[in-house]
Design a protein around this ligand. Structure first.
Ligand SMILES: Cc1ncc(COP(=O)(O)O)c(C=O)c1O
Length: 306
């Protein structure tokens, strides 16, 4: 593994060595994908190392677990403490936090209920997800031939491991055809999201993003960006977006814990705007990174100092 990772992983209230966090290959999670998880970033700020929107991420983790009836014995506050302790005990600087809840080894059938619930927090170092130049120059994307999950199939409000089988199909197809990322449509053909990012459009100075009924993950960065845009005075519409509006938009950008604010410079080889990071995208990027430089005012609990 090229990335540096923490030596200790938090498991059910105790720290174990990284090498000990192994699992039987017949565990329910391995056979049937029974896992919910989070991805959270820390940033260096002038007040010290800070976690971005820790509470909201961990609430989404517990929501995902609730949807799948995974009864973890740990509360929101327990998970906050576990996440902060994992960073401290590993003596880590800026890192990515991965809390996850799984169904372990027990019964072999599909019925999940007779398997132990295990709760973990791991950390590792992580750079720029779509490459270091992506934030500045943007990425080239395609519309995927794969559709995001329809309602009544796999719930997209849950961040479940199994949802990422769909994301893998989107990502592999994009890479195979030479794109950086793919955008999936929802089951009705409206724009949904990237394999691991939410999406925003700018047209005539109005901002559009797919609504939570369009098969998207309720992104924490999406929420932050809506907040920042509204504060800047922009109108933000959460609504169904036909595919062709991607081609006609003045600006397009991805948001996500991994992707942060990444401009999109082309879709299906059609140039977006003038092919450069647009003015609204630039403002959002500046406001977003300004949070960690103390330049952008946001609710105090968005940053948890380690
Ligand atoms: C499918 C998908 N959509 C959107 C996002 C962005 O969500 P967030 O901003 O909470 O990281 C992610 C990243 O976790 C994702 O995997």
């Amino acid at each position: 593994m090229s990335n540096k990772y923490g030596q200790k992983i938090w498991k059910d209230g105790k720290f174990i060595e990284w090498e000990q966090a192994t699992i039987h290959s017949l565990a329910h999670v391995v056979q049937y994908g029974s896992c919910v998880f989070e991805g959270i970033r820390t940033y260096n700020t002038d007040k010290g190392l800070a976690v971005f929107r820790l509470k909201e991420h961990l609430q989404r983790l517990l929501n995902s677990a609730k949807i799948y009836r995974m009864d973890t014995e740990y509360s929101l506050q327990d998970m906050i403490d576990a996440s902060l302790e994992t960073i401290r005990v590993n003596n880590f600087g800026a890192c990515y936090i991965r809390p996850y809840i799984i169904r372990g080894y027990g019964a072999f059938g599909v019925n999940p209920l007779n398997n132990p619930i295990e709760t973990y927090v791991a950390i590792w170092e992580w750079g720029k997800y779509l490459g270091p130049e992506a934030l500045e120059n943007g990425v080239d994307v395609c519309v995927s031939s794969w559709t995001r999950m329809a309602p009544n199939t796999l719930p997209t409000l849950a961040k479940a491991g199994a949802n990422y089988m769909n994301s893998q199909l989107i990502k592999m197809e994009a890479i195979r055809y030479g794109f950086d990322e793919g955008i999936a449509l929802d089951f009705l053909g409206y724009v949904a999201e990237g394999s691991g990012e939410n999406l925003f459009l700018v047209t005539d100075n109005v901002i559009y993003t797919p609504s939570l009924t369009n098969g998207v993950l309720p992104g924490i960065t999406r929420d932050a960006v809506i907040y920042l845009l509204k504060k800047m005075g922009y109108e933000v519409r959460e609504t169904g977006i036909p595919r062709e509006r991607l081609y006609l938009a003045d600006e397009l950008f991805f948001t996500g814990t991994a992707a942060e604010i990444t401009p999109i410079r082309s879709v299906d080889k059609i140039t977006v705007g003038n092919g450069k990071c647009g003015p609204v995208t630039q403002k959002v990027q500046d406001a977003f990174f300004g949070i960690f430089e103390g330049k952008t005012e946001v609710p105090a609990d968005w940053l948890t100092i380690v």
